[in-house]
Design a protein around this ligand. Structure first.
Ligand SMILES: [Zn+2]
Length: 198
C-alpha cells in the first residue's frame, strides 16, 4: 500500500498481530514506525497497515459483514458508475454493469465533452480486474463518502456509485475535493472512455 486511503499520507506501517518475540530488530522497527503492534485478536477483516498520520488502521480485506453473513464485495457488486466533470465543461459518464446477459460498459458523455459515446462487452476477466483494482488497490471500501471544498464555486464534481446485491449501494462523491486515490480512480475508468473527437 502506497498511501492511506483515509488521509493520503505515506506514513504507513505494517501491523504485527499477536505477541511477537521482542528483539533488537523489532524494537528498532517499532521505534522507527516501520511496524505497529495490533494486539492479540485476529478477526477476519484485519487491517494490514497503521497510518501514523491519521491514526487509523487501513488496508483491510474487502469484506462486508452484515445480516447476510460475511461477503466479499467483489462477489456482490452488480454495477459500477463513475461520472466526473462540471457545469461548464460537461460530464464524462461510465457505467459498467453485470447482468445475466453479460457485462457491458457504457460511456455516455454529456454535451460539451469532445468524445464519442462507446459501449462494449467485457469479459469476466476484465470485470474481475476492475473489482480487484477498486477494492484491493484503491481500498474503496475504506474511503469516506463525501469530499467537499466549499471555497470553490462550480468547478469539478464527481460521483462513484457501486451497486451491490440486495439493493445495497455504496455512494462516494465530491465537489472540488478528491479522495487520496483520485488519480488511480481516473486511470481505472479512462480505458472505458470513447475516442476523442478531433
Ligand atoms: Zn491516514
Amino acid at each position: 500500500m502506497k498511501k492511506c486511503p483515509k488521509c493520503g499520507s505515506d506514513k504507513l506501517a505494517r501491523i504485527v498481530y499477536g505477541l511477537p518475540a521482542f528483539n533488537k530488530l523489532l524494537e528498532k522497527q517499532l521505534n522507527h514506525q516501520e511496524l505497529y503492534l495490533g494486539g492479540c485478536c485476529i478477526p477476519e477483516a484485519e487491517p494490514e497497515y497503521h497510518c501514523f498520520s491519521c491514526g487509523k488502521d487501513v488496508g483491510s480485506l474487502p469484506l462486508l459483514i452484515s445480516k447476510h453473513g460475511t461477503e466479499d464485495y467483489r462477489d456482490i457488486v452488480t454495477s459500477v458508475h463513475f461520472s466526473d466533470g462540471g457545469y461548464l465543461s460537461g460530464w464524462d459518464d461510465v457505467t459498467i454493469k453485470k447482468s445475466a446477459g453479460g457485462i457491458v460498459s457504457d460511456y455516455s458523455p454529456t454535451l460539451g465533452i469532445a468524445r464519442v459515446p462507446e459501449s462494449r462487452v467485457l469479459t469476466d476477466k476484465e470485470w474481475n480486474k476492475l473489482l480487484d483494482r477498486l477494492f484491493c488497490k484503491l481500498y474503496v471500501h475504506e474511503w469516506k463518502k463525501r469530499f467537499d471544498n466549499m471555497l470553490v464555486m462550480d468547478g469539478e464534481q464527481w460521483e462513484l456509485e457501486i451497486r451491490l446485491t440486495n439493493r445495497r449501494t455504496r455512494h462516494y462523491s465530491g465537489s472540488n475535493a478528491f479522495p487520496p486515490y483520485w488519480n488511480e480512480l481516473l486511470r481505472t475508468f479512462k480505458p472505458y472512455y470513447g475516442e476523442k473527437i478531433k
